[in-house]
Write a protein that binds this ligand. Structure first.
Ligand SMILES: [Zn+2]
Length: 285
């Protein structure tokens, strides 16, 4: 249900959260048992508001500088699982600094087992081209991705543009933390279709977008409080035919406690993985 593939250092921290994970696992298990009782001969997956088909296999890659990744991962994972049938694996390694080369990316086919990879890592000063290309080439025409907040400032020191092309945006700095209004510019797009008009974020950072890549479609913007300029905060990209959904929000714990944000991530995961959102319950004989 929520498999944790973690570094030994993170396991120590995770022990305190274990009862919550246990409750989550038991909760889902209970739902399944109820469903089987009602479903008579048919085996069906637990009913979820956004997606109730066979579990999506998702990998969360997280760690590095500046944010509370253990909490963010738990909030994202448990929040999304309320509305989407998804199994998460988590790789939370690389320490708390701005530079790391993690073992996950050593293999060329590292992303192959997954339907979607969520990048929420933050390693701005890692710049080694071959290493970065092992990450991006697994996505180019390959596994879809959702990119969150500091992923946009990861590999910022790199001279090659591959990571930025994969993201669909180039950003190198952010404005101060504030409560930012989110203006949805493509309300018909499934990723943002559930964002209520007038949503104002919890305190979070506004990333300054200096460039949009050619295959990027902006779905929502927020204005800078310094110069009033609108910056994309939610978008989708096509990277060699592969879907990538991104948001620059996700700095604060408060944001990960916001239902609109968690639903945005849930819909981003589903859209990237090519699943219909809110499809009728699938059942198997
Ligand atoms: Zn941040």
């Amino acid at each position: 249900m929520f498999d944790l593939v973690t570094h030994p250092h993170t396991m120590t921290k995770l022990r305190s959260l274990f009862p919550l994970f246990l409750i989550l696992t038991l909760g889902v298990g209970f739902g399944l048992a109820q469903n089987q009782k009602k479903g008579k001969k048919k085996k069906s997956y637990p009913k979820k508001e956004y997606y109730s088909g066979a579990p999506i296999k998702a990998l969360i890659v997280t760690g590095g500088c500046c944010h509370n990744y253990l909490y963010q991962t738990f909030a994202l994972g448990s929040g999304v699982q309320k509305v989407v049938n998804v199994d998460f694996e988590v790789v939370n390694v690389g320490g708390r600094g701005t530079e790391a080369m993690i073992d996950l990316y050593n293999k060329v086919d590292w992303a192959e087992p997954y339907d979607v990879v969520i990048h929420n890592e933050c390693f701005a000063n890692t710049a080694e081209p071959e290493y970065i290309r092992r990450i991006t080439e697994a996505h180019r025409g390959g596994t879809p991705a959702v990119v969150v907040h500091c992923a946009m400032h990861s590999y910022r020191a790199a001279e090659i543009d591959d990571w930025r092309e994969f993201l669909g945006v180039t950003s190198r700095r952010h404005d101060h933390q504030s409560n930012y209004p989110v203006k949805v510019t493509k309300p018909e797009h499934p990723v943002v279709a559930d964002i209520p008009p007038g949503w104002v974020t919890p305190k979070d950072e506004l990333y300054i977008i200096e460039k949009l890549w050619p295959n990027t479609t902006v779905l929502a913007t927020s204005p800078s409080e310094k110069d009033g300029k609108d910056h994309p905060v939610i978008w989708v990209n096509e990277f060699g035919g592969t879907r990538v959904a991104g948001t620059t929000y996700g700095h604060s714990d408060e944001m990960f406690g916001d239902e609109n944000f968690i639903r945005l991530l849930a819909r981003s995961i589903l859209w990237a993985a090519g699943k219909e959102i809110g499809a009728p319950v699938e059942s198997t004989e």
